[in-house]
Structures are given as C-alpha cells and as structure tokens.
Design a protein around this ligand. Structure first.
Ligand SMILES: *Cc1c(COP(=O)(O)O)cnc(C)c1O
Length: 454
C-alpha cells in the first residue's frame, strides 16, 4: 500500500449520517443569547431566520443524524472526495513523515461549502421557504449556496462584501450563473446598509456588515425568506462531518492512523467537519491524535482573541454566543485568505480549544503562500489561500520530523482549490504581498464593545 497515491471510496461508502460532536463534547455547551435581551434564546426567535429542522439540529445531542436521500443524491455528484498520500511533497521536503490530504476542491464550486449548502437548501425547501438570503466574503459560500438553491428551485439573495464584489468578479459571475442575485454590501436595500453608507459612503464592507444585511432582509420578509449561514453554527459543522468520516475510511485503506490532523479555521466549518470524527475517536476510543486549527496571524481569533460572549454580526442582530472573538466591530486586515476574515469562531471549536482538546496556531500570510507553492510544485494542485494555512503547519511539522527522524502520520484538509485566486498568487509572485502586524490596538478597541452579560 505504501506506493499508493490515491485512496478512493465507492459511492456506497458515502456516509449515511452526520456526526454530531455535541453528543461527545467534554464540556456542556454554553447558552445562545438573544441579542436584544441577552437572555437565553427561544426557538421562536431563531425560527424567524431558520427552519425548525435546522434549529433542532443546532441544539441536538443525538450522536448521528441521518442524511436525507435527496441530499445524498446531490452529494454523489462529487462525493466521496479523494484522499491522497503526498509522496511527492514528502520527497521534496526529504521527510520521513507520512503526509496525507483530503481534497474538497473537487466539488463543483471548488470547496467544502456545498456539503452544508445542499442540506440547508433542502431543509428550507421542505419547510416551504421561497427564498434564502446570505452573505459572502470572497464568494465561495455564495457560489455553493447559489448552486444548491438552483438544484432545489429556490431564489437566493447574496450580500457580497463590496471589496470582493469589485475585485473578484469571477465568483460573483458563478453566483449569477446559477440564477442568484448578488448585491455589493453595504447596500441601500436595508436599513442597516443605509445607516452604514450614511456614515461613510466609501465603506468597503465586511463580513459582519453583510451578515447584518442578509439577516435583516430575512427577518423583515414575513416568513417568505430565511437566512443561511455558511460556517460557525453547530448545524453547519455537523453537515461538514462527511469529510472526516470519509477520511477515517480512507486512512483504513492506507493502513494508517494519524498522529496529527490539521485544518484551517475561519468560522470553523471545514476544520470541524474534518477533525470532529477524529476527536470522537480521541474522546471515546482511546486515540491520541493531535488536532491543530490553523488561522491567519492577521485575524487570530483562537490564538489572540478572548473566549467570551459576543455578537455574531456587526449590527448586533445575530445571536450572542460564547466564542473566541476579536470583537464584533473589528474588521480584519485585507488578507488574501478572505474566507478566514471573521471576528469570531464556531462555539464548538472555541470550547474545544478552551478545553485543551484542540491546539490553535497562527500563520503569517507570506509563510502561507511560500507553503502553497512548495505544495503546488510537488503535488500539482494550486490551493485556495485559506487551506495554505493548514499546509504551512503540515510542512512545518514534517520538517520537524526530518530533524527528529520520526515517521509521524500527518493529515490535513485541502478544503478548496485556488483557481479563482490567481490575483493573490500574482501579487505573491511579484513580491507585492506583505505580512500584516497583529492589529492589537484595533482589537483592543473592538473588545470595549462586547455585550455586557449580567
Ligand atoms: C469559506 C472557506 C474557508 C473558511 O471557512 P471555514 O468555515 O472556517 O471552513 C476556508 N477555506 C475555504 C476554501 C473556504 O471556501
């Protein structure tokens, strides 16, 4: 087996259920709070934004939740995804480590995001919802949800961060090709967008602002439209666990078990989906895999943020949750890994980091692109700027093995390809990229706006 490169699963091996880590969390979940009253939230409040089936998944403690057949049928367009032994990268690094990666870039829109976009569209359709609203940063989430809504015959409004809308037209065109509407946020379509523009007509937008706009449109639609979020929430991470469950089977084919699993974290969804099935093995089956979350040094919620209650969005309309946060008013520097520019983090991932079950590492932008090219030149895949954070940590660990002579098994999640990110690579190749300093003062300022919980 050791000369094999690809580990491919038959469609019959596609998981039949998602794994819910709430069943095995070593610490009880913290309450989710209503943003107006700061009291524990009621399903009524959430049902303005989400269908009841997704709300029930959000709070469920059942270990496995069955994947509906119509969702599995669509998953089969690209799942199970391939798993690779990075033989050529190992040789390039001259390391005794065994490096493997799961590749989610084979989905039709090129990332892991459809794993949750498809079930979210399905459950909303089933609940009779006519249209969804959402935000998107670089456009990966918008592309995935546009594809999913198109499959289920639903309308979609996407609030896209204005800088990305202007600088990354290709993902916007992908979204439009699937029939969705895209607006450059802040827009004049919402009360909140208008208030932002009144203060600063040139506001470039942020994920927090775009979330506020999409939430407002759904909340004021009288039940016609619901809101969909591509990361952070428990049900989103739940849907992504098809990734890790497949990897467990593929590692078995390879005859190995990982010493270390690594994924990048923006809101935590590809990380959770990839790593939670391994944490399950750690919690319930005596395994001792080291689990590492890799985040950008410029938006370091896990390594430099505070574990506390904060709003999910800038306008304080989204629920208040306990998470690692840089402050909901903080706008991270314009790094190229747009998908990792969020002020907060999944409450589940935050709790696991706080409890010491997951280790977090921050990686600087220049180091991520250096690692990306080392990987691309060995394996032939140009990664999205987000998973380059995981690649940088994997390479660093493989080089440590070279020093120590250890044959560690290192597995990372390559959650998307970088084919729409050529401008980032061009900037790096031309020597125009920079490292951002940790924005200490801006974060300290943002931390003064946390909700005051009694
Ligand atoms: C959206 C995105 C991310 C960040 O989101 P997570 O929820 O942290 O996974 C990372 N990588 C890619 C390719 C993305 O599209």
């Amino acid at each position: 087996m050791s000369d094999q490169y690809k580990f491919l699963l038959d469609e019959s091996k596609l998981p039949k259920a998602w794994y819910n880590i709430n069943a095995d969390l070593p610490v009880p979940p913290e309450p989710v709070l209503n943003p107006q009253t700061l009291e524990p939230i009621t399903p009524d409040f959430l049902s303005v934004l989400f269908p009841m089936s997704l709300i029930m998944q959000e709070i469920s403690t059942e270990r496995y939740i069955e994947i509906p057949e119509p969702v599995r049928d669509i998953y089969k367009l690209w799942r199970p995804t391939p798993f690779f032994r990075a033989h050529r990268l190992e040789r390039a690094l001259d390391t005794p480590a065994h490096i493997y990666y799961k590749y989610e870039g084979v989905s039709p829109v090129g990332s892991h995001k459809p794993n949750t976009a498809v079930p979210q569209a399905f459950y909303n359709k089933e609940a009779g919802v006519k249209a969804l609203t959402t935000e998107t940063g670089a456009g990966q989430w918008g592309s995935a949800l546009a594809m999913a809504c198109n499959f289920f015959g639903m309308d979609l409004e996407v609030y896209m961060v204005k800088t990305s809308y202007n600088m990354k037209p290709y993902r916007r065109i992908v979204i439009e090709s699937f029939g969705a509407e895209v607006y450059a946020s802040p827009t004049d379509r919402t009360e909140y967008g208008r208030s932002v523009l009144a203060q600063d007509p040139t506001n470039p937008g942020s994920l927090g602002i775009a979330i506020s706009e999409a939430v407002e449109v759904a909340a004021k639609s009288g039940g016609q439209k619901k809101y969909s979020l591509g990361s952070v929430l428990n049900h989103v991470l739940l849907h992504q666990t098809v990734i890790g469950q497949e990897v467990l089977q593929q590692l078995e084919m390879a005859g190995e078990y990982p010493d270390m699993v690594i994924a990048c974290t923006g809101g935590g969804s590809n990380f959770g989906g990839f790593a939670f099935p391994f944490l399950q093995q750690n919690f319930t089956n005596g395994k001792k895999t080291q689990v590492i979350a890799a985040e950008p040094a410029a938006s370091p919620s896990l390594t430099k943020g505070t574990y506390t209650f904060d709003y999910g969005d800038t306008a304080q309309m989204a629920p208040v949750v306990k998470m690692h946060t840089l402050g909901h008013t903080f706008i991270p520097p314009e790094i190229h890994a747009g998908g990792l520019r969020y002020h907060g983090m999944s409450p589940q991932v935050s709790a696991l980091v706080n409890n010491g079950d997951v280790e977090a590492r921050a990686v600087k932008q220049m180091d991520t692109f250096k690692a990306a090219l080392t990987f691309a030149r060995a394996e032939g895949i140009i990664p999205a700027p987000e998973p380059t954070h995981a690649i940088a940590v994997a390479i660093e660990e493989a080089l440590k093995c070279k020093e120590s002579g250890e044959e560690k098994v290192i597995v990372f999640n390559l959650c998307g390809h970088g084919h729409f990110d050529m401008a980032s690579y061009e900037a790096y190749l031309k020597g125009q990229l920079v490292d951002y300093e940790y924005p200490q003062e801006a974060i300290a300022e943002a931390m003064t706006h946390l909700p005051k919980i009694g």
